[in-house]
Design a protein around this ligand. Structure first.
Ligand SMILES: Nc1ncnc2c1ncn2[C@@H]1O[C@H](COP(=O)(O)OP(=O)(O)O)[C@@H](O)[C@H]1O
Ligand SMILES: [Mg+2]
Length: 361
């Protein structure tokens, strides 16, 4: 029986490409832990995100390539994802969080929170660890949208700090000022309080290890995005808008604000792209694509205008959970896949091939 060598396996796997990163999985350093035992071959492919849109396809291709080698009887490919890409740095505010993604909009009522909630659940469905921070402290709506009423508990961390434990809903760790305040208590905000509160929701919460922390920002250009950008490295910003022509100028203000912040905080904040929400209603669709072209940023996807999305939100169950097979749910899942791919590509470009593509096996 022909002896199977590791190089043969690596050569065979060089034909398997990561379509997002445009390179083969061997050069990318994704192939780990090759085990050969007689005619049995087992290995692990470690992707940059559990939300990888072409995970199954890559696995099938890899298995097919190895099976075609002489002497191979059985193939077992495990698909995993890197637990973290950044080095654990205790000086960082959120050392266990891999990607902080801000969800922004020019104005309120465009569905920013709805998109944030359903996107978070869609990412969690792929196996990613996901957190959702309601930084819209003027109008925290995530507790209602997720049916959360309990008071968060306090915990003492290993280092003796007291931290707030996020609540969990639909597989997502959630924190909102709305969970900490008495219901119906109005807050009169002064400038520095906004920064202080956003800081607390980030730093005083035991987020643990997360692949993605989505941050639902207040609409417009205020202190919350500034504080966020100063406190944590942002993997990027998703801008939510409605299809109307007039929505473009308002959305553009958000884009410009993050570009200015990016320059002033010396931390690059990529605009991950534009989402068109409430697509296909009286305002038609296509405004999001046109805006993305005008802003020079990617277009991430449409979410249809649909009464069940609003009803789900009001009922405290995200649309993606309420009607998991409906087209709206699929739209959120597609959006999650596109976003995860975009974040991976940017991470890869920033980290450079040498960081990501560590020597295989
Ligand atoms: N795609 C959609 N189709 C129908 N209703 C939607 C859609 N997206 C959001 N809504 C509804 O629009 C209202 C505003 O959404 P919300 O997410 O609270 O906006 P924002 O956070 O931007 O202020 C809510 O009642 C929500 O249920
Ligand atoms: Mg909102």
């Amino acid at each position: 029986m022909a002896e199977i060598r590791q190089e043969q396996i690596l050569d065979a796997l060089r034909t398997v490409q990561d379509p997002d990163l445009g390179k083969d999985i061997v050069s990318l350093g994704f192939v780990k832990d090759i085990r050969i035992c007689g005619g049995n071959v087992a290995l692990t492919i470690e992707l940059t995100t559990p939300a990888c849109p072409v995970k199954d396809q890559m696995k099938a291709q890899a298995e097919q390539q190895i099976r075609a080698l002489p002497g191979v009887e059985q193939v077992h490919v495990d698909m995993t994802a890197q637990v973290r890409s950044r080095k654990l740095d205790p000086r960082e505010l959120l050392p266990g969080v891999r990607h902080v993604i801000a969800i922004a909009s020019g104005k309120g009522g465009v569905g920013k929170s709805t998109v944030a909630v359903n996107l978070a659940v869609a990412l969690a469905e792929t196996g990613a660890q996901v957190g959702l921070l309601d930084a819209d402290i003027y109008g925290p709506s995530l507790p209602l949208m997720l049916g959360l009423h309990d008071r968060p508990q306090l915990t003492t961390t290993e280092t003796g700090e007291k931290k707030i434990v996020p609540l969990e809903a639909c597989g997502v760790r959630v924190m909102s000022l709305g969970l900490l305040l008495d219901e119906n208590r109005a807050v009169i905000w002064r400038g520095p309080m906004v920064a202080g509160t956003v800081r607390q929701l980030l730093a005083d919460v035991d987020w643990g290890e997360l692949d993605y922390l989505l941050v639902d920002l207040p609409p417009g250009t205020g202190d919350a995005p500034l504080t966020l950008a100063q406190m944590v490295p942002l993997s990027g910003v998703v801008v939510v808008m409605t299809p109307q022509q007039v929505a473009q100028d308002i959305a553009y203000k958000s884009v410009l604000m993050f570009r200015t912040l990016s320059a002033s905080t010396e931390r690059k904040i990529p605009i991950l792209g534009v989402v068109e929400n409430m697509s296909g209603g009286v305002f038609g669709s296509g405004g999001g694509e046109r805006a993305a072209i005008r802003f020079g940023v990617p277009f991430l996807g449409h979410i249809p205008l649909d009464a069940t999305i609003a009803e789900s939100g009001d009922a405290g169950v995200p649309a993606i959970v309420n009607a998991p097979d409906a087209p709206q749910a699929q739209a959120f899942r597609t959006l999650a896949r596109v976003l995860a791919a975009r974040v991976s590509v940017l991470q890869y470009r920033t980290a450079g091939a040498d960081t990501l593509a560590t020597t295989p096996v």
